[in-house]
Ligand binder design. Sequence first.
Ligand code: FES
Length: 96
Amino acid sequence: MDLIVCVGDHCHLNGSEMVVRRFQEMLKDAGLGDRVTLKGSFCLGDCSPRDEVAVRLGDEVLHTRYQDAEACFREQIVPRLGTGREDHHAEPTGER
Ligand code: FES
């Protein structure tokens, strides 16, 4: 799946370069580099009125401030990838 960070004028001014760097690190750390291709794009046509960077994953465009790139990755991107990396807690059965 492609993860596309907008590097158009508006998003560039809002720190898209830092979002790209942070996503690169996080993809590597999460071992998702073989499943997700990080790309840049000119304006995605969804400039945020706030100081945010647009990010496209599949058909969806998300927005994040560069300071929140890590949380965006963890909370919005990883769940959409269906990685099965959510925490699964073993249910104690009490039976033996
Ligand atoms: S410049 Fe990024 S969505 Fe328009």
